[in-house]
Design a binder for this molecule. Structure first.
Ligand code: NAP
Length: 307
């Protein structure tokens, strides 16, 4: 087994211009990338390069710092630079939709793309955040997402929307989204009702309403950014969690969030967003190469950097 060396360098859109000579000359050549702004702290190169090394694929995965302004041109430059595809992170997931030659049904419903595959020079858009979330829940709690009543905090945000749509696709017995801006929550609930025929309840962060929603839910998901910064409060404030609750915090900050602490104190089972990160990466690998990803190798690579 071989693993590629770590990839600390951050490239720029200029490196992609003129056929991306700089990427072809690397050993192995860079043929996969993550575009983001910021992108320097992305964990994706570590897990994807470990997978490429394990499978003996002669390609490297690099970070490219792409601003919103440079996004469309950078994406269009990838086929000429002989890339197989890329991942997208903030702020490009929504902007990518109209720039694709084709978009998967799931990515269309999720309104966002995090994985692009280049086939015959064409850009194909996918979203692996939703399926990655479902795989993480199965792995962390030993239960299929489809069996759980779910409450998604921040359910109408970027990651929240992918998770809410995934829950609807899996026909979870009940789906509630709590969104700070209620209108965004009700609009998403209405859209899912129309497009998938699945009922979704939209509520605000009102304590009394949240308490009732908690009582009627098995799985509580944090898809707000609360927990990313040290000292952030729990999105549930001091509301009551029970022993039977499963708590999944999509935040992965290398430490413990206030929500995870709250869950532990209440005796609830809890997990951080690292497993979602791992599984969305594994599903992207599967899209690019059409074969199962070396999950355990990717997990080990993630453990090393997550500490
Ligand atoms: P986003 O698009 O900006 O959405 C943020 C959501 O959180 C919105 O619903 C927003 O409500 C809500 N929100 C923001 N601040 C809040 C506050 N103080 N109190 C209550 N609600 C608040 O962000 P995103 O890109 O989806 O990221 C959200 C989280 O998902 C981040 O923590 C990120 O790390 C995590 N994530 C994890 C993974 C993974 O693989 N584990 C992948 C993607 C994202 P409004 O609609 O009212 O603005």
């Amino acid at each position: 087994m071989s693993t590629h060396p770590k990839v600390p360098k951050v490239y720029t859109p200029k490196d992609l211009a003129g056929g991306g000579e700089i990427f072809r000359r690397l050993n192995p050549p860079a043929r996969l990338a993550i575009f983001g702004d910021p992108v320097a702290k992305s964990a994706s190169p570590f897990i994807q390069n470990a997978a490429l090394g394990e499978r003996g694929i002669d390609s490297k995965y690099v970070r490219v710092h792409v601003t919103a302004e440079d996004f469309s041109e950078s994406l269009a430059a990838l086929p000429k630079a002989d890339f197989l595809g890329c991942n997208l992170t903030m702020p490009h997931k929504l902007a990518a939709l109209p720039l694709m030659n084709s978009v998967s049904k799931e990515a269309n419903l999720m309104g966002a793309i995090n994985t692009v595959a280049i086939r015959d020079g064409k850009l194909e858009g996918f979203n692996t955040d939703g399926p990655g979330f479902a795989a993480a829940i199965k792995e962390e709690f030993g239960m299929p997402l489809s069996s759980l009543r779910v409450l998604i905090l921040g359910g109408a945000g970027g990651a929240g929307r992918a998770i809410t749509v995934q829950c609807a696709l899996e026909k979870c017995p009940s789906i509630t989204i709590a969104n700070r801006t209620l209108e965004k929550g009700t609009a998403l609930a209405e859209e899912i009702g129309k497009r998938l025929g699945v009922g979704v309840d939209a509520i605000t962060f009102d304590q009394e309403i949240l308490t009732k929603a908690l009582e009627a839910s098995d799985l509580i998901v944090n898809a707000t950014p609360l927990g990313m910064k040290e000292g952030d409060p729990s999105p549930l404030s001091d509301l009551h969690l029970g022993k039977n609750h499963l708590v999944y915090d999509t935040v992965y900050n290398g430490g413990t969030t206030a929500l995870i602490t709250q869950a532990r104190d209440a005796g609830s089972k809890s997990a951080s967003g690292l497993s979602m990160l791992l599984h969305q990466g594994a599903k992207a690998f599967e899209i690019w190469f059409g074969e199962p990803a070396p999950l355990e190798t990717m997990r080990e690579a993630l453990k090393k950097i997550a500490g």
